[in-house]
Design a protein around this ligand. Structure first.
Ligand code: GLN
Length: 154
């Protein structure tokens, strides 16, 4: 495996499966070793080093690392608070139409993390080396520029 895409979904359910299939430590090791990854929404949560509001202890979302950041789950509110917004995205011409579905935001970034986009003043796209994460779902719009940015960095 050369690189990993962690899609959206539900980070506590994904964490439960990662634990049951004994993938937590292998993935943590590969990410720590520099394997590039792209995570959207729940995938962004998993790529964090620290998760705020991670869920009920024992069934919580588990961080894999990859990007030195704290991500807050469900930060924009409940499912009904999902929204779409055009955001400026560093490195891409024009704005990106971003679909936020019960999305997280980034609350803290380490010194080696670049913030590429913001919504409501919070970072919603970040990159550390060749690992990229967005709080929104670029696959929902047919705009492939974010995925292309990841693939072209490999
Ligand atoms: N709220 C979800 C979670 O906590 C993420 C939602 C999404 O991936 N669209 O994992």
């Amino acid at each position: 495996m050369d690189a990993l895409v962690l899609p959206g979904g539900e980070s506590t359910a994904m964490s439960k499966l990662l634990r049951e299939f004994e993938l937590l430590d292998p993935l943590r090791e590969r990410l720590a070793g520099g394997m590039p990854a792209y995570g959207s929404c729940a995938g962004m949560i998993l790529l964090a080093t620290e998760i705020a509001d991670a869920g009920v202890p024992g069934r919580e979302a588990l961080p894999l690392g990859g990007i030195d950041m704290t991500v807050r789950r469900n930060a924009f509110g409940r499912q009904v608070d999902s929204f779409e917004e055009d955001v400026a995205f560093d490195g891409l011409d024009g704005s990106v139409h971003a679909v936020f579905i019960r999305a997280p935001w980034v609350e803290r970034v380490g010194p080696s993390v670049e913030v590429l986009a913001r919504a409501a003043g919070h970072p919603v796209a970040v990159r550390q080396g060749r690992t990229l994460a967005t709080a929104f779902h670029p696959e929902m719009t047919g705009d492939r520029r974010v995925h292309r940015m990841f693939v072209e960095s490999l």
